[in-house]
Design a binder for this molecule. Sequence first.
Ligand code: MF3
Ligand code: CO
Ligand code: CO
Length: 290
Amino acid sequence: MKKIGRNDACWCGSGKKYKKCHQRFDEHLKQLQQQGYVLPKHKMIKNEEQIQGIREAAVVNNGLLDYIEENIHAGMTTEDIDILTRNFLAEHDATSADLNYQGYPKSICTSVNDEVCHGIPSKDVVLKDGDIINVDATSCYKGYYADASRMFMIGEVSDEAKRLVEVTRECLYKGIEAIKPYESTLNDIGRAVQHHAESNGYSVVREFCGHGVGLSMHEDPYVLHYDPGYKTEVLVPGMVITIEPMINQGKRDIHIGDNEWTAYTDDGKLSAQWEHTLLVTETGVEIISK
Ligand code: MF3
Ligand code: CO
Ligand code: CO
């Protein structure tokens, strides 16, 4: 492979000369590598134009979640949430990344109570007082993707359910706070999430993880919500990832239901999840899905 010259076009696709773009960045990364860090691959680094596109996709995706937040209520079905989603995305010139993804049949995920993730909207699932539900949306706008999810509490919810929802949100933010550009690694995110969940008496689901996002829904790297105990990539500016911890009230064990998508807790206890799309910046982190 030919070494990139100072006046060559930068590998990031910006169209700028390498010396005016990622040359200093690469020198910094080389130093980190000498210190023993694992470096992210070039394709995990977005350029300015891509980041701007992802921000715009996030505006639509956040608008969708706001719209659902305003309209969710006891007595509606999760199918109704799918209808809200389809209408909103059509009106905003956007599409659902979920629809037809590996055969997924709907435009959004709606996971109620003991459903961990990938709950499929259905006419048969009526939201009732006391339910907790995760609504997970991934929108595609002008070819760019943003992914986020929120928990909603329907009517009067038990104190235990509220605490799970709140601690799970804190787990997401502990993960975000662990992002230190050129310094922390993906493990640090997982460790922070796991520590907060377990010190509150909860468990972390391991079968699903966060991910790179932006040019498609799921990209490298994996973002684990626990510390796997091996070295993972250092976090550097231009990486766009999700953090989306699934936290169980009881044991972490899960199974997939008959529809071959929806994950449930084995013990039937509650599960919660919150998700943001995040950009690592020169000085910290930007919550794109906010
Ligand atoms: N939004 C999910 C995520 O956070 C993925 C949706 S899976 C699909 O990664 F099957 F619904 F598309
Ligand atoms: Co999601
Ligand atoms: Co995601």
